[in-house]
Design a protein around this ligand. Structure first.
Ligand code: ADP
Ligand code: MG
Length: 380
């Protein structure tokens, strides 16, 4: 185990959105200093960081500054994995550029999931038109997804016939894609795993995720599934982190499929995840503190869930057309609800502006309360 990096060391993060912002708060609270690299002058993390390098992610001078930090991490997967590798020659970088590169590309990602002995939905890589052949029929109806740069359901087209696959491939720009069979989803869950090395690894209780328009709307914890299945999901996440020799916080999204409740790994994110935001208010430690600890070569903290809860996302959709604020009162008045706002200046439809976490006696009631409070946000 390398020597731990202790406060008041300077930590660096690539990206200053809401994830970088919550990371910064955690790091500052723990006594560290933080440098954020983000080209947006209004980046949420800049509210709390000691230094904001307002420059593109490939800016040589800015990356040189980042290399001076005692350790560097990232808030998103679409960073230049090469920049991460370059930084690693000067300072401690987690996760590794290699892990980030795997998470950036669905083709590499699925291959690694299978190499770990784990299951994915049946799929085939479509890198050129010639890859669309009769064998693809077994994967229909399916979904064509771009191999890189997809998020929140973007870069995906549902397909029923080989002609659809061809058309989808062309519409997506002829870039490398995967064709994935549509599976009989019973629920979607995710596990956040925190790994320093083979001896030091912890997982949070799986979250049950509900999407609306391709964007995460609610995460219910614990996931309403049998305990053995939840434990299996945690084991799968650990297995994958081991396979990648992962250092840091890794989110593993899984599908629960069919009557047998089979667990398929859907995708991974090499960072804290939207479905782990409840950990701030409902667990012994939170995913951002864990990110700080692991990048500093400290072992993960205990992860126990202290109360059933439900996290709800707050999108720009609940602002008025004239930009007027949502009605915050009901959320603020509720004694078991915690509101987090990201400090973004412009509220656009589909943009993540904040979230809230409701604690309750059980997962069902947390979910119901969260839905009720969410519905009250939008003024009519
Ligand atoms: P993103 O990168 O946009 O999160 P995902 O691969 O997670 O992309 O897909 C987004 C959502 O689409 C999933 O959360 C799930 O609800 C649905 N979905 C994706 N793949 C499949 C599939 N093979 N079968 C059924 N539903 C799927
Ligand atoms: Mg997803």
């Amino acid at each position: 185990m390398s020597l731990p990096i202790l406060p008041p060391a300077m930590l660096g993060i690539l990206g200053g959105g809401q994830l970088g912002s919550m990371f910064t708060v955690a790091a500052k609270t723990m006594g560290y200093r933080v440098t954020v690299l983000d080209p947006d002058p209004n980046a949420p993390a800049a509210r709390f960081a000691d230094r904001h390098l307002c420059a593109p992610f490939d800016d040589a001078a800015a990356l040189e500054e980042m290399a001076q930090c005692a350790a560097v991490t990232t808030e998103f997967e679409n960073v230049n994995a090469q920049a991460m590798r370059d930084l690693a020659r000067h300072t401690r970088v987690s996760p590794s550029g290699e892990c980030v590169a795997v998470a950036q590309n669905r083709i590499l990602e699925k291959a690694r999931i299978r190499a770990a002995g784990l299951q994915t939905a049946p799929y085939q890589a479509i890198e050129r038109s010639e890859d669309i052949q009769a064998a693809c029929n077994d994967l229909l109806p399916g979904i064509v997804k771009t191999a890189t740069l997809g998020y929140d359901g973007k870069g995906q087209i549902p397909v029923k016939t080989l002609q659809d696959v061809q058309a989808a491939f062309e519409r997506l720009g002829g870039v490398p894609c995967v064709l994935e069979k549509r599976v009989d989803l019973r629920s979607e869950i995710s596990v956040i795993v925190c790994r320093l090395d083979a001896q030091h690894i912890a997982t949070f209780d799986p979250a049950e995720n509900h999407h609306e328009n391709g964007i995460l709307a609610y995460s219910i914890v614990p996931a309403r599934l049998p305990e053995d299945l939840r434990n299996r999901a945690r084991e799968i996440a650990v297995r994958l982190a081991e396979e990648l020799d992962y250092v840091g916080v890794l989110a593993v999204e899984m599908f629960v499929v069919g009557d047998q409740q089979e667990l398929l790994v859907n995708e991974i994110a090499p960072r804290p995840h939207n479905s782990g935001h409840h950990t701030i208010n409902a667990c012994l430690s939170d995913q951002f503190q864990q990110q700080v600890r692991l990048m500093c070569a400290l072992p993960p903290a205990a992860t126990a869930l202290l109360s059933p809860c439900c996290m709800g996302n707050i999108l720009g959709d609940v602002w008025g057309d004239d930009g007027s604020e949502p009605d915050w009162q009901p959320l603020q008045n509720h004694p078991y609800s915690h509101l987090h706002q990201y400090g973004k200046t412009a509220a656009r439809k589909g943009r993540k502006m904040g979230h809230f976490t409701v604690l309750a006696d059980n997962a069902d009631s947390a979910y119901q309360t969260a839905r009720r409070l969410h519905a009250l946000l939008k003024k009519d």
